[in-house]
Design a protein around this ligand. Structure first.
Ligand SMILES: Cc1ncc(COP(=O)(O)O)c(C=O)c1O
Length: 384
């Protein structure tokens, strides 16, 4: 995490970073992000509170998600920058501001007229279509108790194509210039959303070209700085923490059924769901809808390296690693070659720092959830 933070903080001068709490809301992780100067990308009123509890200042907390209720908005007022995801949310915020006899600054999440691959914009549940913003000019001007203070755009996570990411940043700068000019908004910030991908599979993924992106960001900012004068922000979750976490679960049984060997682990799908989805997708051999755009549920069939702690080399055997839930989908790995395993051995799954505990059906079958441990050093473990 320290190394990943250094990469971001040393290569994107002019940009601030927001830690996407949803990726891993474990308080020591959020505190780590705060300690390195990250603000928060909060996806719920509760994540706004988590960010505050981790020591982040309201000026550095940005609350953006679809479907905020009036209660959510009220709870976050004064604690974070609120980013409206719809016309209805703008209306709610305007009402709230009127009730409180104050003017509330609001960000706008925009669904732009471009996609990350450079094509036209697509339909989606996130943000307000750019065309609708233009069509609703009168409505926007009728909201007397809010001021538009910033923009937020996020299209995709886990992008490893540096050219595409740089093109996306350039398109956002252009869009911000147009909106500022056409609406006269005094934009205090432009939030470029997330997208910074990590290598899940050494055989399949090429890492982001950080020096290239760094150069592109520097020249883009030099080009737009005078016109925009806004605070620039990039959101990131998995880039900071994804590779820092391991999932450990003991083998509690070993069975053979009609020629296949099964290592049964204490906690599979219910403790860490993403490897199950990856194994099922690999096993199915199909390019189903999940392969299209299913982050953070599914990255690729080979996104999770599985091993036995302390055992390597020697003769191997082909096994399935399965959990103890009453569903055949509870799989950590299928047809994997591992050293000879014994009951009591510990299975390790890598790339578990993000979208693990927080994105798993922990309550299913009423099993005990895994324990989360933050390791500052081997003799400094934090369990909360
Ligand atoms: C709006 C927004 N920003 C940032 C992220 C973080 O993505 P990642 O963990 O891939 O960096 C997400 C993930 O879903 C998101 O929805």
């Amino acid at each position: 995490m320290e190394d990943q933070a250094d990469i971001l903080l040393n290569n994107f001068s002019g940009f601030d970073f927001l830690y996407s709490i949803k990726t891993n809301p474990f308080p020591p992780v959020v505190r780590f992000a705060a300690s390195r100067g990250f603000g928060a990308d909060a996806a719920s009123a509760a994540e706004v509170d988590l960010a505050l509890a981790a020591g982040m200042a309201p000026a550095n907390i940005f609350y953006s998600t679809p479907g905020k209720t009036k209660a959510d908005l009220e709870s976050s007022l004064g604690k974070a920058h609120i980013i409206a995801d719809s016309l209805h949310e703008l209306e709610l915020l305007d009402q709230l501001a009127a009730e409180k006899r104050m003017t509330v600054p609001a960000g706008l999440r925009v669904n732009p007229d471009f996609s990350l691959s450079g094509g036209p914009g697509v339909s989606g549940k996130f943000g307000i279509d750019l065309e609708i913003i233009y069509e609703q000019r009168d409505f926007l001007q009728s909201l007397k108790n809010i001021t538009i203070e910033g923009l937020h755009i996020h299209l995709r996570s886990q992008v490893l194509n540096s050219q595409a990411l740089a093109g996306y940043y350039a398109a956002i700068f252009d869009l911000a210039v147009s909106l500022k000019r056409d609406f006269g908004w005094n934009l205090g910030y432009i939030n470029f959303g997330g997208g910074l991908g990590i290598v899940y599979s050494a055989s399949e993924d090429q890492p982001l070209d950080i020096p290239f992106l760094s150069g592109e960001c520097t020249s883009l900012w030099a080009k737009y700085k005078d016109e925009l004068k806004a605070r620039l922000m990039i959101e990131t979750g998995r880039f900071l923490v994804g590779k820092a976490g391991d999932y450990h679960t003991p083998i509690v049984d070993i069975k053979v059924s009609r020629g296949r060997k099964y290592l049964v682990v204490r906690s599979g799908l219910n403790g860490f769901m993403r490897p199950s989805i990856a194994a099922l997708m690999a096993g199915s051999g199909v390019n189903g809808p999940l392969t299209k755009s299913a982050e953070p549920l599914f990255t690729s069939a080979r996104a999770f390296e599985v091993s036995i702690v302390g055992k390597s080399g020697g003769g191997t055997e082909t096994v399935d690693i399965v959990g103890s839930l009453c569903t055949a989908t509870d799989i950590l790995a299928l047809d994997i070659d591992l050293p000879q395993a014994a009951i009591g051995d510990i299975i390790r799954v890598g790339n578990a720092g993000s979208y693990a505990y927080t994105l798993s059906p922990l309550l299913f079958s009423s099993h005990q959830p895994p324990m989360q441990i933050f390791m500052n050093s081997p003799d400094n473990l934090i369990m909360e």
